[in-house]
Write a protein that binds this ligand. Structure first.
Ligand code: ADP
Ligand code: MG
Length: 387
């Protein structure tokens, strides 16, 4: 979707022209899943698919929002920021507006048109893109500003409080802070983030969408978080200095998890080994050692599948099919799991072979179709003021 498309769509709904356009990218996590809420490292990349918000400030005292995805328009009076009960997506918008106001931003009325290139619930983080897109629009209308890290934290808090999704910080920080051509190595304990140059050479990153939809507000995700909390509490009872599960050194794992139940010990092993894989992947990417990156991606999938039980038969089928293709360096589930997407690192010339292999393996076992999307690195969310 181009700027003229978004402008035309805005005009059709609201009349007149938008004053600004926000582009808030989705993301794909290259490696490091289910470690963000355990203080681990993650390595997401902002992608060239985004939520677009065309908007203008008004003096009506209301925020009028149209989502083209849901073909719904809602009216939110600034005097009482309450979500529209018939439009669940509106909770993200109201959440962000409420927290901006709490932060001291003097909100203005707005007309907002929201367009999207991100499948909702597909693991490419449409929710964070929506939050950041709306927040930047509200800041633009109020002629105000917020530091990128603070913006990410505010959006995450809005998702916790208003959508009931206990997400980590990765999605929002990636959306606000990743430079183009880079992934963002985020330490989820300190929130220190460092761009990592992507030296992909003659390879590309391909996302394969299983079409299976999850909700991270759903039971399995919350259960994994709870298991990690229980494991940390039990470990701290014996080793009070343990800061987070992600800090446990790999060579001390057996010792430290020795008295946990086998299930909790596996969860901890995933968190500690995945964090180490992320650390190595960042260095290997910077030095262009893509074969080793691929090997770590494959190991990551096995760990998420067997130790963390965050995969599902559809994702396993896609990863297995991808790994049979010559020129695929590695493939893994990405995001919260239990559905959603796989990411593969593939030589350019092998992408069409990957499409064929994935389609035939998937369609022979499951009723739906898996969609293969080439994704490219994009820059962080930004506002363009239109003349
Ligand atoms: P993900 O972030 O992986 O896409 P989530 O379940 O976290 O999945 O967020 C999806 C939710 O975000 C949707 O159910 C919807 O409420 C909201 N959302 C995403 N894109 C849009 C959009 N273009 N318009 C309105 N709401 C959206
Ligand atoms: Mg989300």
């Amino acid at each position: 979707m181009t700027v003229p498309d978004a402008t035309a769509a805005f005009s059709e709904i609201f009349g007149g022209r938008p004053a600004f356009l926000v582009r808030a990218p989705g993301r794909v996590n290259l490696i490091g899943d289910h470690v963000d809420y355990c203080g681990g490292l993650v390595l997401p990349m902002a992608i060239d698919r985004a939520v677009l918000v065309a908007g203008r400030g008004t003096d009506t005292g209301t925020v009028e929002v149209h989502s083209s995805l849901y073909e719904q328009r809602v009216r939110i009076p600034l005097a009482s920021l309450v979500p529209d009960a018939d439009s669940p997506w509106c909770r993200y918008v109201v959440g962000v507006l409420t927290l901006l106001r709490r932060h001291g931003v003097a909100l203005r009325g707005m007309d907002l048109w929201i367009g999207s290139q991100l499948p909702p619930g597909g693991g490419l983080s449409s929710s964070a893109a929506l939050e950041v897109g709306v927040a930047l629009a509200a800041l633009a209308a109020a002629d105000s500003d917020l530091d990128k890290r603070e913006l990410a934290l505010l959006c995450r808090d809005a998702e916790h409080e208003f959508a009931g999704s206990p997400c980590g910080i990765m999605d929002q920080l990636c959306c606000t802070s990743t430079p183009q051509g880079h992934a963002l190595l985020i330490d989820c304990q300190s929130l220190y983030a460092r761009p990592v140059a992507l030296r992909l050479g003659d390879t590309e990153l391909v996302v394969i969408d299983s079409g299976v939809r999850h909700s991270i507000a759903g039971g399995e995700y919350a259960l994994r978080r709870r298991q990690c909390e229980l494991a940390l509490a039990a470990i701290r009872a014996r080793f009070p200095h343990t800061g987070s599960l992600a800090q446990i050194p790999i060579d001390e794992l057996a010792d430290i998890t020795g008295t946990l139940t086998p299930l909790l010990a596996k969860r901890v092993r995933h968190v500690a080994t995945e964090t180490e894989r992320v650390r190595q992947t960042a260095l290997l990417l910077e030095s262009g050692n893509l074969e080793e990156v691929g090997r770590l991606m494959a190991d990551s999938h096995v760990s998420l599948r067997d130790d963390f039980k965050a995969s599902c038969p559809e994702l396993d089928c896609l990863v297995d099919a991808a790994m049979t293709v010559d020129g695929v360096f590695g493939a893994r589930m990405t995001g919260g799991g239990f559905g959603g997407c796989v990411i593969a690192l593939v030589r350019n010339e092998a992408v069409s072979g990957l499409r064929t292999a994935v389609a035939s393996a998937y369609e022979s076992r499951f009723s739906g179709q898996a969609e293969v999307l080439a994704v490219h690195s994009a820059g962080a969310a930004r506002v363009s003021h239109l003349s």
